[in-house]
Unconditional design. Structure first.
Lengths: 153, 732
């Protein structure tokens, strides 16, 4: 066990856990922030995506011991960001979600994309979103929502 | 069950169903539905007792105007948590902005009125509860009107309703919330006039989902997100071969993981045993499990092997199985020259459902009672199973329906094996809430797959190019045998194996369909659209091949072959042809169109796709889908189900889209080896067109799946000249 000072959604949070514990489980079980989802545990589905120092990152394979000082932003706080809010609003406007379980990760990836590329093409969208699984298959509306959000920003 | 599902505007409740209204302690109105004599007796003995809420109310009008509607189904993406409240609220003339939907717990009143158990499946939620929710809404409205009319000294006929307000003849008005205590004293009417379709204000309009925002900001809690005081997490080491048992295990290292509390053996599905690791949190539980050293006893357990199964299935397919259809002259197929004959063998592998939210169940066992939280498609069965493991009566087990992250059939197991595991652990850990989690590896390797199937089809082509005779043998494990649903099997035939062939809407005079159901030590389960996953592929690729041989347009050929009574399919096909005409005429070079149509669960679907080959994979540039599902209750959801459901259907074509077995063990582990479609694998755009209809609604959850794979493959065949009869599509 070791104690870590994390910067999560702009707040200082202290956790005492095994150093191998992935950030995902620290968020979900120690910090009780369950918006970030467990889907595969092997970085293959993207449901666990959070921003670490602004980069969309799979939290299921990132040991908490490697997070360090870098700020972590999760789905719970992404709405405070204007791009994040625009993406969430576009998701609601386009009625994207079905089961919704993957959508935290989809939204976090979409926000990271739009922050770096405000007017993405279809190819850009596929490249950035192409490693996230939506088992319901809502990809068409995800695409539409990203384009809609790009126009709002 | 006797609730009518016709379009009759007047209806009568059966004698076994009755409604009762009552006031709530907080001053609201509850409308409860009773289904059986037990409830009736209770009602008579306690005429004025306040209702316990839940489990038996459908509608609650709160003093603040909020209208809480219980949804008698699991919500796992299909949109029923929005659609059923829409139906009720429409008949009730409720203010939609005040409607709150809740997933009902397990209780008799929430059973499917047609099927008699509480469940989601077979695209039956809207089809079977449409009339039920209309009645509930209309009766609630009638009681509110009666209360207002009495207050104002007018007749109910003089009153009208709009947006949760009753208006009287002399400019009186009263909000529903103001009328509840008077309405609660009214007798629930036995019959009410339901709206005609032209009067609908919500039904038929595109209404956004009620659960959208909380699914976009991380606040919605799925079953896996549950957190209870003192809760522990359990992960189970399952046998590597289905049904194998633990011979011995060494848990020294596992117990050395900080946070691991208990390690013990439990029974698991199919007579096997496993080792449960209980910890404060998921990560140590999984670490503990990974450090277990287990010796397994696989003696007496069949070790399934995919390649051997194919050999066996091919041999079986050469003989006639349990007969599903024997129409016309069975011998008409014989002695036909090769040029007028097609002999086709198709192979379909096992498929895992892999819903995004890994399977889980939480149980707390307090000795004389228990509480369960799970996203269940079969509440009635899972409820009973937990009670059975704990030695309790179901009425002492409170069963909460949790929001689920997908399912596609995976949360509808007849043996409730996940719930039983959770109950076994909870029994051992008395008074401590246990959240049992299946890791993704458990899910991929844990069985309950769409069965593998082999089809052998012989077609005699007539002089007109149409099939003159058709002999079809399907080999695949039965989904129903050995389950409580086995009673629906006739002559040893499982109709879910042959559905989509045996009930084809194509007119084939000499038609023989049979099926073999081998027993294999691999648990199988319905996978979204069930038999149609494979039968539609066979029918629609063969019909396309026949059209090519006949040098006919694929639309025209299908229309010619369809029975006159196939109204929904014809309507869908016509609409598809019209709506896709523009882009089909302007295809880029090296792009091809493929079409398919199929009716499943009462919904007719036709689909056209534009496909090219990129990196040896099909690239789907566009799909146009036309659907006849009767009245589309929420067209926005219907569109969404089809836009996304076709992507789900493409799971079958993924290069790594198969579950295979070697020496009894599943060869895939996770999404790196069993790979579902990602965005680039799905159509870039999908436009959905709904046939206008006021007929009774049919479902839209399952029907998107069958058409897409054959449509894509029909396009690929045009590009490559190859026939694709073996899935997954390893190479194009």
């Amino acid at each position: 066990m070791a104690t870590y000072q994390l910067n999560v959604n702009g707040e200082r949070r202290e956790v005492t856990v095994d150093p191998s514990t992935p950030l995902l489980w620290v968020l979900r079980e120690d910090l009780k922030m369950t918006g970030t989802k467990y889907g595969c545990g092997v970085s293959a589905c993207g449901a666990c995506t959070v921003h670490v120092a602004g980069v969309a990152t799979r939290s299921c394979m990132l040991p908490v011991s490697l997070v360090g000082e870098r700020p972590v932003v999760t789905i719970e706080a992404i709405g405070r960001d204007p791009v994040g809010r625009a993406v969430q609003d576009a998701w609601v406007e386009k009625d994207v979600v079905q089961c919704g379980y993957c959508q935290s990760g989809q939204i976090m990836c979409a926000v990271a994309l739009l922050k770096h590329m405000p007017k993405p093409t279809d190819a850009n969208i596929e490249e950035s979103m192409g490693a996230n699984i939506c088992r319901c298959g809502t990809y068409v509306r995800i695409r539409e929502a990203i384009k809609s959000a790009a126009q709002r920003i | 069950m006797p609730v009518t599902t016709t379009n009759a505007n007047d209806l009568t409740l059966s004698r076994r169903n009755f409604l009762r209204a009552s006031a709530t302690a907080a001053g609201g109105l509850l409308l409860a539905l009773y289904l059986d004599s037990h409830s009736a007796a209770r009602e008579q003995s306690q005429p004025s007792a306040p209702k316990i809420y839940p489990p038996d109310a459908f509608v609650e009008i709160r003093p603040d105007g909020k209208i809480v509607i219980q949804v008698n189904r699991l919500e796992f993406g299909q949109g029923v948590q929005t659609a059923l409240p829409m139906i009720l609220a429409d008949e009730m003339d409720a203010d939609w902005s005040q409607v709150v939907a809740e997933l009902a717990p397990a209780a008799d009143v929430y059973k499917d009125p047609i099927r008699g158990i509480q469940m989601v499946g077979g695209s039956g939620s809207i089809a079977n509860s449409f009339q039920q929710y209309r009645e509930l809404g209309a009766k609630t409205r009638a009681m509110l009107i009666a209360a207002a009319a009495e207050r104002w000294g007018v007749t109910p006929q003089q009153c009208r309703t709009e947006q949760s307000v009753v208006h009287g003849p002399n400019s009186q008005s009263a909000k529903y919330a103001e009328l509840v205590s008077e309405a609660a004293r009214k007798t629930v009417p036995t019959s009410v006039r339901l709206k005609s379709p032209s009067e609908f204000r919500l039904v038929g309009k595109g209404v956004r989902r009620l659960d959208s925002r909380p699914k976009c900001d991380g606040s919605l809690k799925f079953g896996l997100d549950l957190d209870l005081p003192k809760m522990k997490v359990a992960v189970v080491a399952h046998p590597p071969v289905f049904g194998a048992k633990v011979k011995s295990f060494d848990d020294k290292e596992a117990r050395g993981v900080e946070g691991v509390r208990e390690v013990f053996e439990i029974p698991v599905a199919r007579g096997g045993t496993g080792v449960a690791v209980v910890s404060d949190k998921f990560w140590p539980a999984k670490q503990g499990r990974d450090r277990l050293k287990i010796e397994w006893d696989t003696s007496g357990v069949e070790r399934a092997h995919s390649s051997q199964l194919w050999t066996k299935y091919k041999e079986l397919a050469r003989t006639t199985g349990n007969v599903a259809v024997a129409r016309g002259d069975a011998r008409a197929i014989e002695g036909v020259a090769g040029s007028n004959r097609i002999l086709a063998e198709y192979e379909f592998p096992y498929l895992a459902h892999t819903p995004m939210e890994p399977l889980n169940t939480t149980v707390r066992f307090d000795g004389d009672r228990a509480e369960v939280w799970v996203g269940s498609q079969f509440q009635t069965l899972d409820h009973t199973a937990v009670a059975d493991v704990l030695g309790l009566k179901p009425e002492t087990v409170t069963f909460h329906t949790e929001m689920a992250g997908g399912g596609f059939g995976r949360r509808a197991t007849a043996d409730s094996h996940v719930q039983r595991e959770a109950a076994e652990v909870a029994k051992h850990m008395r008074a401590i809430p246990i959240k049992l989690v299946w890791t993704r590896e458990d899910d991929v390797r844990g069985g309950y797959y769409r069965p593998m199937h082999l089809h052998r089809v012989e077609v005699r082509i007539g002089a007109d190019g149409l099939p003159a005779a058709w002999r079809h043998v399907i080999v695949g494990q039965s989904l129903l045998a050995g389950t409580p649903f086995a009673a629906s099997m006739k002559d040893n035939l499982d109709r879910t194996t042959v559905e989509g062939v045996s009930d084809t809407h194509y007119a084939i005079a000499n038609f023989h369909v049979s099926a073999h159901h081998p027993e294999v030590n691999v648990p199988v389960l319905w996978w979204r659209s069930v038999g149609h996953t494979h039968t539609a592929f066979v029918m629609e690729t063969l019909v396309d091949e026949l059209a090519v041989r006949a040098r006919m347009d694929p639309f025209a050929y299908r229309r010619k072959l369809l029975k006159p009574e196939a109204r929904k399919l014809r309507a869908a096909l016509d609409l598809l042809e019209a709506r896709s005409a523009a882009w089909r005429r302007r295809l880029p070079k090296h792009h091809a169109v493929g079409i398919a149509c199929h009716e499943a669960f009462g919904t007719g679907v036709a689909c056209a796709v534009e496909v090219s080959v990129e990196n040896k994979r099909p690239r789907i540039h566009r799909a146009t889908v036309a659907v006849d599902c009767g009245l589309a209750v929420n067209p926005l959801t219907v569109e969404s189900q089809f836009q996304a459901g076709v992507a789900f259907g493409l799971s079958q074509l993924m290069a790594k889209g198969a579950i295979t077995l070697r020496d009894g063990m599943v060869e895939q582990r996770n999404f790196d080896s069993y790979v579902p479609p990602y965005m680039p694998d799905a159509p870039v755009a999908v436009d959905v067109h709904i046939v206008p209809s006021t007929e009774a609604p049919s479902g839209c959850g399952e029907p998107p799946v069958p058409v897409i794979s054959p449509a894509v493959v029909n396009a690929l065949t045009k590009l490559t000249g190859k026939r694709y009869r073996s899935l997954p599509l390893v190479a194009v």
